[in-house]
Design a protein around this ligand. Structure first.
Ligand code: PLP
Length: 343
């Protein structure tokens, strides 16, 4: 019996740089980025700011840091952020909003992770001494725990208009915004017009080993640079990593469509499995589904036996994420194994 190839569907963060990306990294010209003398970092920051039609951007070691910088810059202690209850900024960045910014949050329950202007307006606090002040709305595009659903530009524009009318700041956690954009065909520059800040991940489906960017006005990014430094995010000859990001933006956006197609194929198999109770409508590279008659941990264990890895979100819900390390052949294997376990 030959050894199985490992098929890692736990997250698109598991992607490793390809040889071509590594070659681009090796060729990078570098300098001290804290002195703003790393030409490759400067090039990446300018490139992505131009792409989104925003004034400036800042290279950060993680999406968590980019989001936390945005929250810090848009709020003061005692303020409140409005977002979906299952948002990454609430659940997977520890209690960073509290620790770093001293704010509270108002979570809106949403199965697909999207929130709308009516829900947001209902969540805005009255101006009373004993209430926190609503200051910031954060949306996630695509939604992670919501199953990879995305906002259309018109949906997000309606939220933006509400925020502007109510004097709220608007941050988009765009960790996977390119997954949304390849589906809608919308231009990133249209998205740049509607948000105060956007965070974008290079280390997920785009395949870079490290890095996220925060985009905004020059003034905001100038302040973000200072806070990034204090948080220990002032990196020196980091152009080697920025080069991976530039390579990712140039080569790995269009191919995200393949990952989305793979998710639809797995979803098709799940629809025919008797133990699958619910599937969040697949839209991009994430599939979130619920099983019954078997604890999710056992399902995960059984797949592990055949070298396929996915995540149990809780006792019932499971998450599968596709990415550039997953081939058509692997999807075929995954479909077969899942059908065997869940039928
Ligand atoms: C992955 C992710 C982030 C950032 O995570 P890091 O691991 O810190 O880079 C932010 N938001 C969402 C929705 C994510 O999925």
């Amino acid at each position: 019996m030959g050894k199985n190839v490992t098929i890692d569907l736990r997250s698109d963060t598991v992607t490793k740089p390809t040889q071509k990306m590594l070659n681009a990294m090796l060729k990078a010209r570098v300098g001290d980025d804290v002195f703003r003398e790393d030409p490759t970092v400067n090039q990446l920051e300018e490139k992505i700011a131009n792409l989104f039609g925003m004034e400036a951007s800042l290279f950060c070691p993680s999406g968590t840091m980019a989001n936390q910088l945005a929250i810090k810059l848009h709020t003061s202690p005692l303020d409140e952020m409005i977002c979906a209850s299952n948002a990454h900024v609430l659940n997977y960045e520890s209690a960073g909003y509290s620790f770093l910014s001293g704010i509270s949050y108002k979570g809106i329950d949403s199965s697909n992770g999207k929130i709308n202007p009516i829900q947001i307006e209902e969540s805005i606090r009255q101006n009373l001494d004993w209430l926190p002040e609503s200051k910031l709305v954060t949306i996630e595009n695509t939604t992670n725990m919501g199953g990879g659903t995305y906002y259309t530009l018109s949906e997000a524009s309606a939220i933006s208009a509400l925020c502007r009318a109510k004097g709220l700041k608007f941050h988009i956690d765009g960790a996977r915004i390119f997954n949304a954009l390849v589906e809608t065909g919308e231009s990133p520059s249209e998205w740049g017009k509607i948000a105060d800040t956007i965070s974008v991940c290079l280390s997920k489906g785009l395949g870079a080993p490290v890095g996220s960017l925060l985009l905004g006005t020059s003034t905001i990014i100038q302040k973000a640079r200072k806070i990034r430094k204090v948080l220990g995010g002032g990196m020196r000859q980091v152009g080697f990593l920025a080069a991976a990001g530039i390579y990712a933006l140039d080569n790995n956006i269009k191919r995200l469509e393949i990952d989305h197609k793979h998710i639809l194929e797995i979803a098709n198999t799940l629809r025919h499995c008797s133990l699958v109770k619910e599937i969040k409508p697949p839209a991009t590279n994430i599939l979130v589904f619920k099983i019954a008659g078997m604890p999710s941990a056992r399902f995960v264990k059984e797949l592990e036996q055949v070298d396929i890895f996915c995540l149990a979100i809780d006792s019932e819900w499971i998450r599968i994420v596709t990415h550039l390390g997953i081939t058509k052949e692997m999807i075929h294997t995954v479909k077969n194994k899942i059908a065997t376990i869940l039928s």
